[in-house]
Ligand binder design. Sequence first.
Ligand SMILES: Cc1nc2c(=O)[nH]c(=O)nc-2n(C[C@H](O)[C@H](O)[C@H](O)CO)c1C
Length: 119
Amino acid sequence: MFTGIVEELGTVTALERRATSAVLTVEGPLVTTDARHGDSIAVNGVCLTVTGAGQSRFTVDVMNQTLELTTLATLAPGARVNLERAMPVDGRFGGHVVQGHVDGTATVVARQPGSTGRW
Ligand SMILES: Cc1nc2c(=O)[nH]c(=O)nc-2n(C[C@H](O)[C@H](O)[C@H](O)CO)c1C
């Protein structure tokens, strides 16, 4: 479970395609400080399971269904991604309840600068 509050901007270091999945490696110094195999990290809002972590990087296996329902397949080395660790049970609910189970993708049709910068 996540809150939707991004903790840091990570950098994709590799996306290796396999027959029915892909192995994604991301550099994220903050989210890897306590990351272990089996932990959940949201990458661009997509809940993924850490398969390995160390030296400020973590790796996840991205299944075909996830590749089809999200924009993760478009990532390339150097791409910046939003990262968030799963919410700790004793953590403050600063955002919303976010599962990280993405339903699908949409296309941005317009983007205008806001006048106040508030939300
Ligand atoms: C916990 C978790 N881990 C993974 C994972 O390691 N690899 C993967 O491909 N998918 C995982 N998922 C499911 C995805 O979050 C889900 O497929 C996408 O959000 C699209 O609905 C989940 C929920």
